[in-house]
Ligand binder design. Structure first.
Ligand SMILES: Nc1ncnc2c1ncn2[C@@H]1O[C@H](COP(=O)(O)OP(=O)(O)OP(=O)(O)O)[C@@H](O)[C@H]1O
Ligand SMILES: [Mg+2]
Length: 223
């Protein structure tokens, strides 16, 4: 089955066709770089339902309705595609993911976890947490393979003082399980963003494209 289109030709090309199925795609970046917009847009533009795990309160029906309307999609129908979960902490997040095994079926094409690390970051014991995070990713991978789904794992950045740079949270565990990794950055112009392919199963790393964030969501520079 074909990958899930992002709705941006440039991004699809960068990703070798779009968000891959049977694989975890990590999308990470600083605030307001477009992570949630991208995830919502993939859900909106592809057939099949989306299980959306919102841990940051970033899921906005108003925003999705607006994106749908400006693309000629009926807002009500667009919103019906989303099954939204709002776990309150990292443990509940695990339970939610485990429950998806009995909820998700062939009518789904995508799972979004936005973000996988918001609850993770507020908890203390790091090594136990990393094990727990690994288990959550394992459930997602299992689901993606069983039901042929795309999975977008949204992640935040933190300042790594040793490296002197912004790094994805829990870089190693997430890097190990997510075969495709896309980083989103700001650009000098307010509504423009940059997407950098940091790793991919079959595309060269380091490729980058620019895109715009508009009322319609994510758009190519030229459209
Ligand atoms: N209706 C709209 N028209 C144009 N731009 C919009 C609209 N709604 C939101 N935006 C822009 O989208 C950006 C936020 O995107 P998004 O929420 O996807 O970022 P994010 O990476 O998920 O951020 P966070 O880390 O805070 O969750 C902001 O720059 C905002 O100005
Ligand atoms: Mg967000």
């Amino acid at each position: 089955m074909r990958p899930l289109s992002t709705g941006s030709r440039a991004l699809d090309e960068l990703l070798g066709g779009g968000i891959g199925r049977k694989v975890l795609t990590q999308v990470y970046g600083a605030f307001a770089t477009g992570k949630t917009t991208l995830a919502a847009q993939v859900a909106l533009l592809n057939s099949g339902k989306t299980a959306y795990i919102d841990t940051e309160g970033g899921f906005s029906p108003e925003r999705i309705a607006l994106m749908a309307e400006s693309r000629g999609i009926e807002p009500e129908r667009a919103l019906q595609k989303f099954l939204v979960f709002e776990p309150g902490d990292f443990k509940e997040q695990r339970r939610t993911l485990a429950r998806l095994k009995t909820i998700v079926d062939g009518s789904f094409s995508l799972i979004v976890v936005d973000s996988i690390t918001a609850h993770y970051r507020v908890e203390e014991n790091k090594s136990k947490l990393l094990t727990e995070l690994g288990k959550q990713l394992q459930i997602l991978l299992w689901l993606s393979r069983k039901f042929n789904l795309g999975v977008i794992v949204v992640n935040q950045v933190h300042f790594d003082s040793k490296a002197g740079a912004l790094k994805p949270v829990a870089e190693h565990v997430l890097g190990y399980k997510c075969k495709d990794i896309l980083r989103l950055d700001r650009f000098s112009r307010p509504n423009i963003r940059v997407a950098v392919l940091e790793r991919h199963r079959f595309r060269p790393e380091g490729g980058m494209v620019y895109f715009r964030i508009t009322e319609r969501g994510i758009e190519d520079m030229k459209d």
